[in-house]
Design a protein around this ligand. Structure first.
Ligand SMILES: Nc1nc2c(ncn2[C@@H]2O[C@H](COP(=O)(O)OP(=O)(O)OP(=O)(O)O)[C@@H](O)[C@H]2O)c(=O)[nH]1
Length: 324
């Protein structure tokens, strides 16, 4: 399961028992050189399945580009800044952010335009991708409407060879044309099975702040789960109460305040989560903050509190409050 995937859910288990494939949900990002056709492809994928692109301009933290709702899966397409050959320390840092995001999504789609020779820029990106071992990588040859079948075949071969050279295998290689809507649906079909089993992460309605809060809560929950044993993992729930930009910050130095509660079921579990002298909770905060910053693309101040919600798993009212 990818780092941003969600809880093992009973829905999926029930669906499986009923002989239906379990629902999947997860994150994907398209990478590739400028003009490779990433945006157009995102829009085509999203547009195809009655879905929403978020329209919250002017917020750096906005990284979800679109959500593809399908019967069998929900695919969340996230934005990453481009990866460039670093020339400065800042460039290196930015690349680190990109890599962190790459390591956290469930699928990466590498976009290569059919009408351009595979060049050093592409190789640089694919080399970086090769270093991210766990994440399945799909090679997408874009803009196939611009070339003939011979040229397309050459490009398919070139990208396949590049994977071999760098010692990994593409999970899929697929030619698409977003403009002509060729194989765009198939691309969705190929990505869906690569996502972790999970109920939808976003409601089918509007894309609001809430989904981001859900993702942030998941990242915190995941950090809180690390290393805990027995029944405790099932007892942990996280709710983000508030995410607000800190007032009075200069435009180039934003800070996002996030207040979240970590819920457990019994007072006796509190000590385990908080750890000796609060060390464990602090680690959870530090770790999840890094992931949240990479996800939202902005520095974050994370304020975590541990609360007891007695037997919340069995209490419908509490469950609703905790977002189940
Ligand atoms: N013919 C054709 N043109 C396409 C296709 N997809 C994208 N384009 C064109 O290619 C150009 C770049 O497409 P974008 O989707 O903006 O590329 P991008 O990779 O998001 O670009 P950056 O945001 O600069 O990284 C645009 O002019 C698109 O219209 C396609 O399937 N066929």
């Amino acid at each position: 399961m990818g780092a941003m995937s969600v809880r093992p859910d009973t829905d999926a288990a029930a669906q499986q028992a009923a002989g239906k494939a379990p629902h999947r949900a997860g994150f994907a990002c398209f990478v590739g050189r400028p003009n490779a056709g990433k945006s157009t492809l995102t829009n085509a994928l999203v547009g195809q399945k009655v879905a929403i692109t978020s329209n919250r301009p002017q917020t750096t933290r906005h990284t979800v580009r679109g959500i593809v709702h399908r019967d069998d899966a929900q695919l969340i397409l996230v934005d990453t800044p481009g990866l460039h050959k670093p020339r400065t320390l800042l460039g290196e840092r930015l690349n680190d952010v990109v890599r962190t995001t790459w390591a956290e999504v469930d699928v990466i789609g590498f976009c290569l335009p059919a009408d351009q020779k595979l060049g050093p820029g592409d190789k640089y990106i694919v080399k970086e991708l090769a270093g991210i071992k766990k994440t399945p990588k799909i090679a997408i040859i874009t803009k196939t409407d611009l070339v003939d079948s011979k040229q397309l075949a050459e490009q398919l071969l070139a990208v396949s060879r590049l994977g071999e050279e760098l010692g990994f295998e593409w999970a899929e290689i697929i030619p698409v044309s977003a403009v002509k809507d060729t194989q765009v649906g198939l691309l969705g079909d190929l990505i869906a099975p690569l996502l972790p089993e999970s109920p939808p992460l976003y409601p089918e309605g509007d894309l609001t702040d809430e989904p981001e809060m859900v993702m942030v809560a998941e990242l915190i929950r995941e950090a809180a789960l690390e290393g805990v044993r027995d029944e405790l993992p099932h007892s942990i729930a996280v709710v983000v109460e508030e995410m607000l930009p800190r007032e009075g910050r200069p435009a180039d130095k934003p800070l996002l305040d996030i207040h979240a509660n970590v819920y457990i079921e019994r007072p006796s579990q509190k000590g385990i989560i908080i750890g000796p002298k609060g060390k464990r909770l602090k680690d959870v905060g530090t770790k999840s903050r890094k992931h949240i910053e990479a996800l939202l693309g902005t520095p974050v101040f994370l304020d975590l509190h541990v609360k007891v919600a007695k037997d919340w798993q069995r209490d419908p009212k509490q469950l609703r409050k905790l977002g189940f």
